[in-house]
Design a protein around this ligand. Structure first.
Ligand SMILES: [Zn+2]
Length: 393
């Protein structure tokens, strides 16, 4: 019993120490001990394990406070790599991230129209390409992480329902583990992006303890960070902001209801609206945002209308959550200022006076890589907990 507990505790401490070094490094063992409250002997044992596995390394000396100058520790970026796949948009995006979560290589494979079994095959092919590339570079792959839209059980990696991908009751985690003989972590895409942004976007503490992350893509989703933790709800379905009804006489939504936020604010909805009135067609949302930026009246109108609607919904959500920050992600807001300005207008109008104290609304600093970073973070936890010692030796 005691043995089991001490293993769990050691894994937990290893997680805490590695993540502190990742965030605050270069840092000395003494400072790690002070900041975590862990005994100096525990810090010493765990840091030498992490050093032995190549996850961290020594790098110079701290200034002496009397006596010998303490050695500093930092993450060794090349100590291991994560292959991360993001199935959010119209393509399969694959990124290879090092241990400091920098994207070292990225691939995009169109997935338009592909779903179900065919999409699974495409995903396996894309992951194989990334794995082969890592092999040629001599990279040690720690895990594979998948961020996908839909309802999933992140404890087992089973996809319960991802309607947009036509995946239902799919043991994605198990299938890919068999295929690649590597640990596989599966997470909801918006939750992964929200967590990535919360932990690694901006100076992470600026987000406060409670953050609402809203992603505008093929649909509109939200990730909730409550008291520094991801809130997923009883069934793991929290954050379905895209299906808040904004007009009961509106267009039919993919969920079966009418007038959901998604029918107004998603990328396809905005592009469709623009193309119905514009002289030349916009193909992508980036295209549309850039046209608005250069003064195209129709593009400006579409983004102002959609932005204001989204802002009002976000403001109402802030009234419920009393969060410290709202972060918006997606090309619609990162490719130009027009939509974000309209969002802020609607947001502050809908917010209860007083709630704006210490509150900030921002555009995602990680944007398209937020999903990778979030899934790499979950993978890291799993790697350190479950597979750390196998990887190390
Ligand atoms: Zn809906």
């Amino acid at each position: 019993m005691e043995g089991a507990n001490s293993v769990v505790l050691r894994d937990l401490n290893m997680n805490v120490i590695f993540k502190l070094i990742q965030h605050r490094g270069p840092i000395s063992r003494v400072d790690i001990s002070e900041q975590t409250g862990l005994a100096a002997s525990t810090v010493s044992v765990i840091t030498s394990e992490l050093q032995g596995s190549g996850f961290i390394r020594e790098c110079g000396y701290a200034t002496s406070t009397g006596g010998r100058r303490p050695r500093l520790l930092e993450v060794n970026p090349e100590g291991g790599y994560f292959i991360c796949a993001d199935l959010t948009g119209s393509n399969i995006a694959i990124g290879v991230l090092d241990l400091s979560f920098q994207v070292t290589k990225e691939w995009f494979q169109e997935k338009a129209g592909v779903s179900g079994q065919s999409l699974y095959i495409e995903l396996v092919n894309a992951l194989s390409e990334a794995r082969d590339w890592c092999d040629t570079q001599g990279f040690k792959i720690l895990s594979i992480g998948i961020a996908a839209p839909g309802l999933m059980d992140s404890s087992t990696g089973r996809i319960v329902a991802a309607s947009n991908l036509d995946w239902h009751d799919l043991d994605l985690n198990e299938l890919l583990e068999q295929e690649f003989a590597l640990p596989v972590i599966v997470e909801n895409d918006t939750n992964a992006a929200a967590y990535g942004e919360f932990l690694y976007g901006f100076e992470n503490e600026q987000h406060g303890r409670n953050m609402l992350y809203i992603a505008i893509g093929t649909g509109v989703g939200a990730g909730l960070i409550i008291d520094r933790s991801l809130y997923t709800g009883s069934l793991g379905m929290a954050g379905e902001i895209g299906h808040i009804v904004v007009s009961d006489s509106g267009e039919k939504c993919s969920c079966g209801k009418r007038g959901c936020l998604e029918t107004v604010v998603s990328e396809p909805a905005m592009i469709r609206k623009y193309n119905n009135s514009a002289k030349t067609q916009a193909i992508t949302i980036r295209d549309l945002a850039e046209r608005a930026e250069s003064g195209d009246d129709v593009a400006v109108d579409v983004l102002l209308g959609a932005g204001r609607t989204l802002g009002i919904v976000a403001g109402n959500t802030v009234n419920i959550l009393n969060c410290d920050s709202v972060v918006f992600g997606g090309d619609a807001v990162t490719s130009g200022q027009v939509m974000f300005e309209a969002i802020k207008e609607g947001l502050y109008e809908a917010m209860l006076p007083g709630l704006e104290r210490n509150f900030t609304a921002r555009i995602s600093s990680l944007n398209s890589t937020a999903g990778y970073v979030g899934i790499a973070y979950s993978s890291l936890t799993t790697v350190l907990n479950k597979y750390g010692f196998q990887v190390a030796r």
